[in-house]
Design a protein around this ligand. Sequence first.
Ligand SMILES: NC(=O)C1=CN([C@@H]2O[C@H](COP(=O)(O)OP(=O)(O)OC[C@H]3O[C@@H](n4cnc5c(N)ncnc54)[C@H](O)[C@@H]3O)[C@@H](O)[C@H]2O)[C@@H](O)CC1
Ligand SMILES: Nc1ncnc2c1ncn2[C@@H]1O[C@H](COP(=O)(O)OP(=O)(O)O)[C@@H](O)[C@H]1O
Ligand SMILES: [K+]
Length: 490
Amino acid sequence: MRYAHEVDKVRAAEQALMARLPDGTLMARAAAGLAAVCARLLPRVYGARVVLLVGGGANGGDTLYAGALLARRGARVVALRAGTSVHEGGAAALRAAGGRLLPPDATGEIDTADLVIDGLTGIGGSGGLREPHATLARRASAAPATLVACDVPSGVDASTGAVAGTAVHADVTVTFGTHKPGLIIDPGAAHCGVVELVDIGLGADLPDPDVVAARPDDVRPPEPGPESDKYRRGVVGVIAGSGTFPGAAVLAAGAAVRGGAGMVRFASDAHAVELVRQRWPETVTRVVEPGPDVLAEIGRVQAWVVGPGLGGGERAEALVGAVLASDVPVLVDADGLNAVSRSDALRRALLCRDVPTVLTPHAGELARLLRVDRDAIEARRLEHARRAAVELGATVLLKGSTTLVAELDRPVRVNPTGTAWLATAGTGDVLSGLVGALLAGGMAALEAAAAGAYLHGLAARLASGREGREAPISAEDVLRAIPDAFRTLD
Ligand SMILES: NC(=O)C1=CN([C@@H]2O[C@H](COP(=O)(O)OP(=O)(O)OC[C@H]3O[C@@H](n4cnc5c(N)ncnc54)[C@H](O)[C@@H]3O)[C@@H](O)[C@H]2O)[C@@H](O)CC1
Ligand SMILES: Nc1ncnc2c1ncn2[C@@H]1O[C@H](COP(=O)(O)OP(=O)(O)O)[C@@H](O)[C@H]1O
Ligand SMILES: [K+]
């Protein structure tokens, strides 16, 4: 797992470590790591033009010491001072190494630089960048120089990834001690470029992480063994589709088949059932009307998926209600979530469940569930995913440019796979069927949701092609690439 810690935890760990080390040791380690990355990025350090953007805090201090190290190797280093004071030791070191400090209006330096280091704000930054910081951030982001952010791109909230106004768009972010959530969650993540972690020795002082991102060997979907049969591998029941949206049913049922379910039971109205039967003859289908015995009519399953393409109205509410009353894990998606948003009874049913429930909203669906603006959710994804997990009593997978999975008292999972090409109709239906298969296979809710998102994002990347040569993909292409995604796991 890749670990990320919020600012208060980073500060506490730094305090604990600093108490055991001579003054200035941590800043020296951070600066050395930062300078080493910058030196690697430059074709030649000697003679390179390096500009430092320096704020009033320790982030500016790191940057000044890193600039001094580059100046000692022959770089021509100037620092633009934002704010009234800068780190004194860092400024003295830069001067002693032959660098210069200039006022913030010397912005012409930025346009001719080979490399700019952003040391305006780090984990101490809060709110939108003030002036002259914002102007410097904009100018550096637009300049041809390689832009390296010290610890965090200035203007990005390190704990959450929120960006209020202007923020640096870095090519590389050199972060210290541990990742910060804001570096791996959008919109902040989109400002980081490549993130390099520099070890400053915090390891033993860091508590449990707030946010984690899987590496390939962390994703372990269930595998059949010699004793497996279709029932033991897990039967998933999919209730999806309607006269208006039958395609969602075909995609969700297909993803459940490809996701490793021992068997898929599919139930809906006659039209959706006919389409699914034609496309996925391996499913066991049943035409159902909502009623008290609807689940018994469909048959026994180890997990339910309800919602894709169900449409609105009483039918959807009745089917979601039936599924929530069951005693097996349930995934609610799409129109199933909209039904919960409309119905207090369904919301109560959700809270009463004592078996796992996974909800897979996009920002619009979550906005309706939490009764907040969609924009607020996209701006502060981490906060809203956590809040939804608490208020709805479920494992919440929030989809979008960064997919998060939140569960009460557990580190939030950030999905590291995926591609913006996934933003196309029907890919969410594929995700719900895939996660449903993993739930039926016995994975815990958080693991199933995180593994499903990982495989789904990987399938999309495999379908769209290698980086720099991607092509548009359909939901169907993602579905077809699911087996390849499984194959690429370690
Ligand atoms: N604490 C430590 O032991 C270590 C800290 N390190 C560095 O220290 C940084 C944190 O330093 P600080 O706590 O001094 O905080 P920062 O340097 O991140 O930010 C504080 C400064 O930014 C200004 N500021 C905050 N928000 C602003 C805004 N929106 N617009 C304009 N100015 C704003 C403040 O007035 C203050 O001058 C880390 O990111 C890292 O770079 C590293 O040296 C490693 C060790
Ligand atoms: N900008 C983006 N970058 C990466 N993935 C995205 C982006 N936008 C959407 N996605 C992904 O695409 C899928 C879309 O799902 P959803 O919104 O439910 O679509 P639908 O309802 O049409 O199936 C989700 O897996 C989501 O995480
Ligand atoms: K910075």
